[in-house]
Design a protein around this ligand. Structure first.
Ligand code: GDP
Length: 171
């Protein structure tokens, strides 16, 4: 079962993939000049297999046409194949979501791919800010569920990995 990972550059996608996979493998093919490739990562807990698909970062260019050209064109080829069980959209806890994030979510929905919203770098927020920030994100994005994570502190990773394995089970 495949899960697509998308997010703007520097959101912490490689670090999260490393954390979920339990090994420092996510950067292997992320060499300069090859960042537009779609990279695949296999995860196996002994009984179950997952495949993470690391899609190229968006937000390099702000113009909608550039987003379409750089992000949608390449991602279209993958998502159009109907392989992804869900698309994990990564959001930095310290940033307000902008139209590019909204576009990414709408884009997944249009293609029948369920968006899962993962908040990264939760450790950067003071404790008192965590709940209000998550509530603000939910309101801004119109969603009920977020997956807060800190790859640095290894918080939220087990919960997310387990949810991914569980949702990948047949039936
Ligand atoms: P990518 O471009 O989305 O793949 O982002 P990276 O995984 O390369 O991370 C970008 C930067 O954010 C790096 O300096 C990471 O060390 C940092 N980073 C990633 N995850 C976390 C996190 O959970 N907490 C903190 N504090 N920093 C993080």
């Amino acid at each position: 079962m495949e899960f697509a990972f998308i997010g703007r550059s520097n959101v912490g996608k490689s670090t999260l993939l490393n954390g979920l996979c339990g090994a420092r493998i996510a950067r292997v093919s992320n060499t300069p000049g090859r960042t537009q490739l779609v990279n695949f990562f296999e995860l196996d807990d002994g009984a179950r297999q997952l495949r993470f698909v690391d899609l190229p970062g968006y937000g390099y260019a702000r113009a909608p046409s550039a987003v379409r050209d750089g992000f949608e064109r390449l991602v279209d080829g993958y998502l159009g194949a109907g392989r992804a069980r869900a698309g994990l959209v990564l959001l930095d806890a310290r940033r307000s979501p902008d139209e590019t994030d909204g576009e990414a979510i709408a884009y997944l929905i249009e293609r029948g791919v369920e968006p899962w919203l993962v908040v990264t770098k939760m450790d950067k927020l003071p404790k008192a800010k965590k709940k209000p920030v998550l509530q603000g994100l939910k309101a801004a994005l119109g969603v009920e569920t977020l997956w807060p994570t800190s790859s640095l502190k290894r918080e939220g990773l087990e919960e997310l990995r387990e949810a991914l394995f569980s949702s990948a089970l047949p039936g």
